[in-house]
Design a protein around this ligand. Sequence first.
Ligand code: NDP
Length: 272
Amino acid sequence: MTDRYAVVGNPLSHSKSPQIHMSFAKASEQDLEYGTIEAPVDSFKASVEAFRQAGGKGINITAPFKLEAFAFATRKMPRAEYAGATNCLKFENDEIIAENFDGIGLVNDIQRNLGFSLAGKRVLMLGAGGAARGAAIPILEAGPASLTIVNRTRATAEALQAAFVHAGPIRAGGFTDLGSEAYDIVLNATSASLRGELPMITGSIFNPDCLAYELAYGKGLTPFLALARSQGARLADGVGMLVEQAAEAFEWWRGIRPETGSVIEMIRVPIA
Ligand code: NDP
């Protein structure tokens, strides 16, 4: 029987996951189906359980269900545990195993695809929501000189610092704490760009060789990227992160590492 996987979220109309996973499957000659489950917001559990009972092997999870999926799991892998959320479940016998590949997907895109080493760099992350939480440990594991997290709600950034201070040089604050320091890598992990908004930053945070990375993807030249461009920064959006986290999930499920470069090119929307 063909193995079945799916992405679960609401809404899902713009999900690229089926296209990405079916491309991986074709290239690696894996016999699988990958569909979509647009679960009603109040019935994540029932929707996923029906898929699992029907023989489903695993799911990816997107907004707004990453926390609910975490609670649904019977076993949590370390990356899911420290993120407090999961973007990937594997169904194995009676177990529901949770992983979180968002952070490692981001780091792999920056280091492998964009060729930008994090080691020794001053990294600034804007935002302290789910994506930032998942990214903090993989970034610290890459050995930056510092990881500064600023958030509109300062207390959320401070909670991240408290949770991850054991893992490396992490600082936290609000946007008003950003002084004259310039950074080597600035990650926009806020959801401001989804509404065409700019977080409370000025161009002085980007040093001349800076990589400005917008975690959102397919949004073109967002206000964040436009500001970064005006400072001469190199620009990237989250399409590579999306494909790299999918590759991690594919390997976890299937035991085969798919090639990502051609898939990134296939779904990339030019920034400008
Ligand atoms: P969350 O809802 O968990 O967090 C949103 C964050 O954005 C919070 O820190 C919030 O601050 C902040 N925020 C929202 N609006 C503004 C604003 N106008 N100015 C400043 N800060 C703001 O979202 P996620 O962490 O899940 O997603 C964040 C971004 O990452 C999104 O753009 C999403 O599309 C992208 N993403 C990309 C992925 C990929 O594979 N490329 C995967 C996952 C996410 P506060 O705490 O004060 O509310």
